[in-house]
Design a protein around this ligand. Sequence first.
Ligand code: HEC
Length: 187
Amino acid sequence: MIKISMVAMGSLVSFFCLLANFSCRKIDYEARALEITKEAKTNLVQKLTNAIAEGGTKQAIPFCKQNVMAFTNNLGTKKGVLLRRISDKPRNPMNLVSDEEKRIFLEISANPTQVGEYPVKTVSTNETVTVYVPIPTSSLCLQCHGEPNVDIKKETLEVLRKEYPGDLARGYQVGNLRGLFSVQFTK
Ligand code: HEC
């Protein structure tokens, strides 16, 4: 009798552990990360569009330099996560992927779900859960991230050279994977 109920208890505990692992934790982290990155994307595109409307593309570059990183960091802090934008070919060297992130970047980039769309990836350790959310290139991005002298005007290139001498973030086409949001939760 006792033996049977121990087995039953064991099964019940395993069942709830599985439930906690699969339904609660993973799905909640991913959904939460998608909410946060959606808010970040909406705000960033709005800021970018306003800055371009006010002073043109070349004025928007120093605006991005001064505001975007701070905005991303602050939004992360407000949401209780570490929020970063990372890339294998960054404009700002602070956004360069680590070796581990590069492996994840290449994996996401090589597996589009359809043309110009990429999967989300979640990586867990004992202490953290990190959700990587793809940032594809759209036509709005080309004036600063496209082909020099074709999509990026000469006057824009001059500002880029001055503000970002080590710039790698050019030569993209619509649909290419420009970067990833890394959303890190502490367990
Ligand atoms: C007005 C020019 C401009 C436009 C348009 C623009 N960007 Fe950028 N982008 C920048 C600058 C400048 C930086 C570096 C910001 C910094 O120093 O934090 C940057 C950085 C980034 C980064 C962080 C990684 C890196 O390269 O440092 C990502 C990701 C990114 N841009 C994606 C996009 C996407 C997606 C679009 C289109 C929706 C876009 N950008 C449009 C100028 C632009």
